[in-house]
Design a protein around this ligand. Structure first.
Ligand code: SF4
Length: 414
């Protein structure tokens, strides 16, 4: 068999990595060396653009080290029984590619995952070698996100954390029961143990100063995970319940939701169609409401039907329409908690309202200047000279607002 070129390997291993959604770099500290280049970036095989919550677009080389895998997870295109073209990068290949792209300013970092070759420890060891070589031999100061193998040894995972900005362990599916059905070689216990271990190490090293011999503190960007949505029958309530548990118990920076993509020659246990992409969006919005807007999962899910979020409107508007007795809210008096519940007011708009109203009483026009779209806000507030009257109670309010409830480009546009 002819030897594959680096370009051919890149085509296969960047395509194989596209199913992983957990590569946004929010929460990781910026690096002066990256910012100072300022030339811009370009498109290319393996380069993904990830959006941080602040809207910053970052470019990552997103690849698998290999798509060979000894496991046979039913939902995965790279499972051992899958009939896909396979390739494998050497440690040197990944280092050379990363440095080449980085020096040309095509990328700001590397997102590296892998199928499991030989054993979990062997695979993890190779990934750590890549990160170590980049940091210590190439002085690479870009962002590194490593996807760790849950049952790899603790020593390897600890070493990975010394070189990576962020580590992640995929939870894969929302329940242990479905994980056991679809990925029998993966043990929920190992995934949890790995996350617990990462949490302990991240907390142990938090606030630590940089050390010349250890270029970075332990995974300063924290840990994240990815959950596949729609491969099993788990409803949104249970998915968000799992996220709540992950944020609470393991202090994750992010749970990424990835709508299941049907794969060739799939197991009969899997659905034939992908779930609506909007479901993924609504889960992200609900997740945001739980983490930054003070909502409980139960109240968000209760605004939908049968444990599922309403796909036609965002979960905050759905909650407001179900709880009309809580509105209108007086923008000149309401506390932060209540202002955050007003549809159309995001955290930044609420901050601006709170600071501006210290100096003057707000009119509707003032609020319009402080938020993204007053149309969505107007029925839910009172301001100097403005009252929505009975607008909030109007039966057709949902219909009036739905066409205007654009799908947010970013998740902060509530
Ligand atoms: S271990 Fe990872 S790469 Fe291997 S089959 Fe499972 S999900 Fe796919």
């Amino acid at each position: 068999m002819a030897k594959m070129t680096l370009r051919e390997k890149l085509a296969i291993l960047s395509d194989a990595a596209k199913y992983d959604a957990s590569c946004a770099s929010s929460g990781a500290p910026g690096r002066d060396s990256v910012k100072s280049k300022g030339i811009g970036s370009t498109e290319g095989s393996g380069i993904c653009h990830a959006y941080a919550p602040d809207g910053r677009c970052i470019s990552l080389l997103k690849i698998l080290m290999t798509n060979f895998c000894v496991y046979d997870c039913a939902y995965c295109v790279n499972r051992s029984s899958s009939n896909v073209a396979r390739a494998r990068f050497s440690v040197e290949d990944v280092v050379a590619l990363t440095m080449n792209f980085y020096r040309r300013n095509y990328i700001e970092g590397l997102f590296l995952s892998s199928g499991i070759i030989r054993s979990s420890d062997y695979t993890m060891e190779e990934m750590v070698r890549i990160a170590r070589k980049l940091r210590l031999e190439e002085n690479f100061s870009g962002y590194i996100h490593l996807k760790t193998i849950p049952d790899a040894s603790s020593a390897l995972i600890e070493e990975a954390g010394l070189f990576a900005d962020r580590l992640s362990v995929n939870i894969e599916l929302p329940t242990d029961a479905t994980l056991e059905v679809f990925a029998p070689e993966k043990k929920p216990r190992d995934i949890r143990r790995s996350m617990g271990h990462l949490r302990a190490k991240i907390e142990e090293h938090r606030g630590e100063a940089r050390d010349r011999h250890r270029p970075k503190r332990f995974a300063p960007g924290g840990q994240s995970t990815q959950m596949i949505v729609g491969a099993d029958g788990t409803d949104d309530d249970a998915i968000l319940g799992r996220s709540e548990n992950l944020y609470g118990n393991y202090r994750l920076k992010r749970v990424y939701y990835s709508a299941f993509s049907p794969i060739p020659d799939a197991s009969a246990k899997l659905p034939l169609a992908k779930p609506p992409l909007m479901r993924e969006h609504r889960l992200y919005q609900a997740d945001w409401l739980m983490r930054f807007y003070g909502f409980d999962r139960q109240e968000i899910v209760a605004a939908g039907e049968g444990g599922m979020l309403d796909l036609s409107i965002d979960p905050k508007l759905a909650w407001a329409l179900k709880n009309r007795q809580s509105f209108p809210v007086d923008v000149n008096r309401a506390d932060r908690e209540m202002l955050l519940r007003v549809p159309g007011l995001g955290t930044r708009a609420v901050k601006r309202i709170l600071s501006t109203r210290r100096h003057r009483t707000l009119r509707l026009d003032d609020v319009a200047r402080l938020c993204q779209s007053i149309d969505k806000v107007r029925p839910f507030i009172t301001a100097l000279g403005w009252s929505p009257g009975r607008l909030t109670d109007r039966a057709g309010l949902r219909e009036i607002l739905v066409p205007k409830a654009r799908m947010p480009a970013q998740l902060e546009l509530f």
